[in-house]
Ligand binder design. Structure first.
Ligand code: CP
Length: 298
């Protein structure tokens, strides 16, 4: 694997290899077992032009657990604030000795441009409304660990789908893995395109779901929080009582409590949200490890 720019580049067997690798790494970390130092002496640069807590910190730890040196770019204190271009910034970080770049940017396609400009392996850590492929991997690992199998699972992705790069990756990855995906939200937030599964209403869908995957309203990308959205799509304890007993709730974070989810649901035993965060480090280790060498981690 040269880059990890889009989940669409991976077929079922590649995705399953990454999921199994991540699950094995999660077990090894949990047991305190040593992990192969795939990136010993190499340098991973986290180049986030947009804020992040989960993704950036989990890539930090993933790189360190694989033995890498770490370069962290902070746009608030970097020379981009003095007018340096994205291209010059990327070329500078490559010249400093980075071997792998992890890139987040508000504009779609910037990780691909940086891969072209530098010739280095690049991981897309979220580009505009396009994709967030490692989040989709994290979520697939979480589903596999919880349910054992992905084939036939029924997942409802709920909310601001058209502005969500997480949804942009999930709608491609989950069906490849045999998951039945339903898109649920206000009509104006459902993506155009006949290739996507049909939209249905939230209350109608709830009893038939194994997983409710909630999304934050992406106000920074054009989404707006309205009273009608909260009324019709917030997952409250009352609404979650329509779910099957063994159904679970997921959210990529950051949550807006009181908007798409209530406190009692976010903190309920049904919630896999903290588990998603825990799987972030091994999933990103699996991706960095697959980029590190020619022998097969993928
Ligand atoms: N899920 C996710 O991308 O969270 P961060 O923005 O905190 O990285």
């Amino acid at each position: 694997m040269k880059d990890f720019l889009t989940i669409r580049a991976l077929g079922r067997s590649d995705l399953e290899s990454l999921i199994d690798r991540a699950a094995g790494l999660r077990d090894a970390i949990g047991l305190g077992e040593p992990v192969e130092q795939r990136l010993l002496g190499r340098c991973v640069a986290n180049v986030f032009f947009e804020p992040s807590t989960r993704t950036r910190l989990s890539f930090d730890l993933a790189a360190q657990r694989l033995g890498a040196h770490l370069l962290t770019f902070d746009p608030a204190t970097a020379s981009t604030s003095k007018g340096e271009s994205v291209r010059d910034t990327a070329i500078t970080i490559a010249a400093l000795g980075a071997d792998i770049l992890v890139v987040r940017h508000a504009e779609e396609g910037v990780p691909q441009l940086i891969a072209d400009w530098t010739g280095l392996p690049v991981v897309n850590a979220g580009d505009g409304t396009n994709e967030h492929p490692t989040q989709a991997l994290v979520d697939a690992v979480t589903l596999k660990r919880h349910f054992g199998e992905l084939d036939g699972l029924r997942v409802g992705i709920v909310g601001d789908i058209s502005h969500s790069r997480v949804a942009g990756s999930l709608v491609h990855a989950l069906p490849v893995l045999g998951v039945d995906v339903k898109l649920i939200g206000p009509r104006e937030w459902l993506p155009p395109g006949a290739h996507l599964p049909a939209a249905i209403s939230f209350d109608e869908a709830l009893p038939g779901l194994d997983v409710v995957y909630l999304l934050r309203v992406q106000t920074e990308r054009g989404g707006a929080i309205t009273e009608s959205y909260v009324r019709d799509y917030q997952l409250s304890l009352t609404r979650s009582s329509l779910l099957r007993e063994d159904a679970v709730i997921m959210h990529p974070g950051p949550m807006n409590r009181g908007v798409e989810i209530t406190d009692d649901v976010a903190d309920s035993p049904r919630s896999l949200i903290a588990e998603q965060v825990r799987n972030g480090v091994p999933a990103r280790m699996a991706v960095l490890g697959a980029l590190a060498g020619s022998d097969a981690w993928l």
